[in-house]
Ligand binder design. Sequence first.
Ligand SMILES: [Cu+2]
Length: 362
Amino acid sequence: MKSVSIPAARTTPPGRAARGMRPLLAAALLALLAACGEDHITRYPQTTFAPETEMAREQMFLFNLTMWMGIVVGVLTFAGMGYIMWKFRYRPGMPDPEQIHGNTKLEVAWTLLPALIVAVIAVFTVRAIFITQPEPPANALNVRVIGKQWWWEFQYPVGNDTVITANEIHVPINQPVQLLLESDNVLHSFWVPQMAGKRDLITNRVNRLIFTPTVPGVYMGQCAEFCGDSHALMKMRLIAHTPEGFRQWLENEARPALEPTDSTSAVALGKKLVTQGACAGCHVIEGTPMVGRLGPNLTHFGRRRTLAAGIVDNNAENLAKWVSNAPAMKPGSLMPPQGKAAGGNLTEEQIQYIVAYLQSLQ
Ligand SMILES: [Cu+2]
């Protein structure tokens, strides 16, 4: 388990009573973390060097093997060169060295040795290919992943229905996950390095990626194949839950959007603007008449940690900025500016209602 740094909240020394409370507080905090399944802890850094699945570890092993073999060969080669240059250096009055052509033993040695080294790497590479391209296990959770410009759609089959979400892929631990990777536009590449290596999303073809997360937490990922203006702004988060936490998440996602309780509230006014305005052309909110399929599904948008494919926190301020002028935050964004100041039709007040409604979609 990774250590979690908790910022110090106290600036003055604690009193005796408070010191006595410390173990209790620590125990309570640990119990709370365990209860939450730790699936809220962000597992930094986003790196290949901290593998958390068998597949990622296998790829790490192959990397280490080739790197260390290269280091050994490099050190021996440069040491041999240095020794020879020193031992046979020119000194005044030396006779010319004996002129020879070839040395059979040496020739055989430096032909066989590299061949042997490459053969060893080949054996482990072939093994890694089989490990990283397994047959889908019968108990695998299937998730359809569709690369968009510039965000991710995730689809979960639930009975005869499909739960659709965006930019945050939720999975359970200790169950194989099979991603079915596709694109309906240009090439993208799915990359959550602590889970597995990169795999491309291509039009007219389904690529598979199978791995089994084991540690709950939030893992950072991003698109790893240049895909246009905002390729660098196409991030994602993989959230690994305990099986129970995942079941609860999926159950909530499968529900239609919550209805505003008070028909005169900002949320209700926002709902009207969203479901009857321009938003409906591109977005779906289950439980409303919205049927647009161009943009992300917003049914439970309020629950997402981030917006615009992971580039900013999902809070009222960022959401208002995004709705009023999306291309200013994400160059090339297909979502046109909606705020009056940016050439759209919505006033600041209307945007605040929309923000209130979208945040209510838990
Ligand atoms: Cu990309």
